[in-house]
Write a protein that binds this ligand. Structure first.
Ligand code: ADP
Ligand code: F6P
Length: 324
């Protein structure tokens, strides 16, 4: 007979994202409300291997819904890709009486969760990354906050860009994905948006566009460049040399990863957390929760990891029509 679910654990893994705390809080409080015991695993899979496991009660998650980062800390743990290390982790979870594990992170963290599920640990993945690069979901914890942080920073650069009649390249995060860049490009009214999924590397076309826009009377030229395209500083130098227009590069960086989560991030992260607990109580394992077409859903981890996602063509076209 299958063992009754009594104790679950939660960890955060990979890059942190605003809203992870709201999610942890929800896992803990939903589990307690439904009669489960809850443990927190510190520092992702690295902490699991070192048995950095703490008991959590309702007060452990007091005053965190509004805080960025993750109270459980996070880490990248390359050795977790090794089968013997995964077996060791599964044994540790069993030793601590953990019947179910909630992993908050990105695709890499889900690959680790899948291995634990294959070793008999009931595991649920929750999408937590500012990059929005998880194919099975239209929403990931932290994206909304990150994109709003970037948008506000870019508004400020735009002010000084207009005053000095400059060209400014602003680089936003996203690893290999251009979602933050595309959203900021539209929200900030950028003249050009360079996405790793779409940019063909034709710098001369970019330069011609800057010159054309200037002739049409544009006072500034804002280029949102995705981290996946990169090279913003050297690109700025080449643009200035080719156009004669003063050009500056700003790399927004880790500011995008911190800060108090938006209302959307707090609420969706809370629902993700509760859903993970419910799935475990239903006896489900090896699932990833997502939000798609207006509904909270869940997928088999293999199915979720095999899905592909791309920039929406219509959205990208719209961004170009709005530049005149
Ligand atoms: P994210 O979860 O945001 O995609 P990473 O790709 O850095 O971030 O992955 C986070 C952690 O997940 C890694 O440090 C490692 O511990 C674990 N991980 C990543 N890929 C695998 C894999 N193929 N098998 C097992 N664990 C993995
Ligand atoms: O995945 C989140 C993210 O911030 C990416 O946008 C970026 O490429 C990466 O993490 C940066 O990682 P680190 O904090 O290790 O520099």
């Amino acid at each position: 007979m299958e063992k009754k679910m009594e104790t679950i654990a939660v960890l955060t893994s990979g890059g942190d994202a605003p809203g992870m705390n709201a999610c942890i809080r929800s896992v803990v409080r939903t589990a307690l409300a439904k009669g489960l015991k809850v443990k927190g695993i510190l520092r992702g899979y690295a902490g699991l291997l070192k048995e950095e496991i703490i008991d959590m009660d309702s007060h452990s998650v007091s005053d965190i819904i509004e805080r960025g980062g993750t109270i459980l800390y996070t880490a990248r743990c390359l050795e977790f890709k090794k089968p013997d290390v995964q077996q060791q982790a599964a044994d540790i979870l069993r030793k601590h009486g953990i019947d179910g594990l909630v992993v908050i992170g990105g695709d890499g963290s889900f690959a680790g969760a899948r291995q634990l599920a294959n070793l008999g640990i009931n595991t649920i993945g929750l999408p937590g990354t500012i990059d929005l690069d998880i194919a099975c979901t239209d929403y990931t914890i932290g994206f909304d906050t990150a994109v709003n942080t970037a948008m506000e920073a870019i508004d400020k650069v735009r002010d000084t860009s207009s005053s000095h009649e400059r060209c400014n390249i602003i680089e936003v995060m996203g690893r290999n994905a251009g979602y933050i860049a595309l959203w900021c490009g539209i929200a900030n009214g950028a003249e050009d948006i360079l996405l790793p999924e779409r940019y063909d590397g034709d710098e001369q076309k970019l330069i011609n566009h800057i010159i054309d826009m200037r002739k049409q009377g544009k006072k500034h030229h804002i280029i949102i460049n995705a981290e996946g395209v990169g090279h913003s500083t050297s690109m700025a130098k080449r643009i200035e040399a080719a156009t004669g227009i003063e050009t500056r590069a700003t790399i927004i960086g880790h500011i995008q990863r911190g800060g108090s989560p938006t209302c959307t991030d707090r609420v969706y992260a809370s629902i993700f957390g509760a859903k993970a607990v419910d799935l475990l109580l239903e006896g489900k394992s090896k699932r990833v929760v997502g939000y798609r077409k207006g509904e909270f859903v869940d997928y088999d981890i293999n199915e979720a990891l095999a899905m592909k996602k791309d920039i929406d063509d219509y959205t990208f076209e719209v961004s170009k029509w709005l530049v005149r």
